[in-house]
Ligand binder design. Structure first.
Ligand code: SF4
Length: 425
């Protein structure tokens, strides 16, 4: 018989304890409580945090779900490392007028006979993302070196902050001349996502990466992209650069600059992966970028249903039809097309959502779906979405995607076009 999981709780100071005997841990899917099944030992790199001004909920032996009273009433959540998918939210409810929580992927966590376990599943393992992070001294030297090489380059200035202060891996890669390097392009966006990490207009949550203030010129982008791809090639990689980073807005709004930038980078680096992370709001702009030399795109999708799509993205001047059309055009023009599916337990795995997601992915012949835990205050997000049927479970979602779409890769990270270099598989 498996041992019952006991809730982890905290006081205001952050001191964590296991709930007294008689309380059983539960997780949350949408607004529903779910008993734990198949939770895994806490992965290395997970952060535990308490949720201030929230009430931790658990099950009594009779089955009733209640607030856990005592000196440590606050729920504890896990924030998972990359390569893991959240299966359940921490069971909790906010106190009246509680401030919105910061943008993290809050995941249910519990104690199992002295071992901490989390409601998560491993969904990818790709060394450029899941391997060792660069050493601080090595990174600082690489940043100084590119700053000396390109002293009046705004992209270098932006990426220096991202690499050193915000620990952004793609920014760090640009300085180190390896793997997927960041090329941020746009200060503006035509959406206002509930979970945008560079600009929050109304939640009050702090953004982990403040939005870049000045859109870079073509020269600045070409200089940095050429430098990165050239160093990748010297190291034996074809190299990869990506427009559309966490610190910026929407790259398709800069089509007029990015088309010539892409064409020049493609001329200089015929074998490179030139990638764009995008909201896919402007199909013709994406098509023109692909025709200029972009050969990979990752399209952000919360839902293919207009009602949910609009509730999450709060788009200006486009809808889910344009997003789907963008994916069609990019694939027809020959690009690798991946979908960044922003997942939320109880929404993404609700039967009607999952059926629609599979139907559209099948029709679009998407190469890969990236399962991303949607960061943000769960209650704040749920308050802005319509009520849905109970979720089937996030594990079931992963297995239905794998079973129902055999040609589709399911993971978390974009691979270079043309294959992963030897030693990085
Ligand atoms: S599309 Fe991207 S940049 Fe624009 S609001 Fe959404 S997350 Fe932010």
């Amino acid at each position: 018989m498996t041992a019952a999981l006991r809730p982890l709780l905290s006081d205001q100071s952050g001191e964590m304890v296991v709930a007294p005997p008689g309380w059983e841990a539960i997780g949350q899917s949408g607004r529903r409580w779910v008993d734990p099944r198949g939770w895994i030992p806490i992965p290395r790199g997970t952060t535990l945090m308490h949720l201030p001004r929230r009430i931790g909920l658990a099950r009594r032996p009779g089955g009733e779900v209640r607030a856990v009273a005592g000196s440590h009433p606050l729920p504890v959540a896990a924030v998972l490392p990359v390569g893991y998918l959240r299966l359940l939210l921490p069971a909790h409810r906010p106190e009246p007028f509680a401030p919105t929580l910061p943008l993290y992927g809050y995941t249910a966590v519990a104690d199992r006979d002295g071992e901490v376990v989390v409601a998560a599943a491993r969904t990818d393992d790709y060394p450029p993302w899941t391997g060792r992070r660069p050493r601080r001294a090595e990174l600082a030297e690489a940043v100084s070196s590119l700053q000396r090489e390109l002293p009046r380059n705004g992209v270098v200035a932006q990426l220096s902050v991202c690499a050193l202060e915000h620990n952004c891996l793609t920014a760090q890669n640009t300085f180190l001349g390896r793997h997927e390097g960041a090329l941020p392009t746009s200060a503006a966006c035509n959406a206002d996502c509930l979970g945008c990490i560079s600009l929050q207009t109304d939640s009050g949550a702090p953004t982990p990466q403040p939005r870049m203030r000045r859109a870079p010129a073509a020269r600045e982008l070409i200089e940095v992209g050429h430098s990165h791809l050239g160093r990748c090639e010297e190291a034996g990689e074809a190299g990869m650069v990506s427009f559309g980073q966490g610190c910026e807005g929407e790259p398709l709004l800069r089509e007029r600059v990015l088309v010539p930038v892409t064409a020049e980078l493609r001329r200089l680096h015929p074998g490179a992966t030139i990638h764009v992370n995008t909201n896919a709001s402007r199909p013709d702009a994406l098509r023109r970028l692909v025709e200029a030399g972009v050969n990979s795109c990752r399209i952000s999708v919360f839902s293919f249903r207009q009602e949910l799509f609009a509730a999450y993205y709060r788009p200006r001047g486009y809808g889910i039809e344009q997003v789907i059309q963008s994916a069609r055009l990019a694939a027809a023009a020959g690009a690798q097309v991946t979908v960044n599916l922003l997942t939320f337990p109880g929404v993404t795995d609700s039967p009607s959502e999952l059926a629609l997601t599979m139907e559209v992915l099948r029709e679009l012949s998407v190469d890969q779906v990236q399962l991303r835990t949607l960061n943000g205050d769960p209650a704040w997000i749920l308050d802005r979405l319509p009520e849905l049927e109970p979720g089937l479970g996030m594990r079931e979602l992963v297995s239905q995607l794998a079973r129902g779409l055999p040609g589709l890769a399911v993971g978390n990270f974009t691979r270079p076009v043309g294959g992963v270099p030897a030693g990085l598989c």
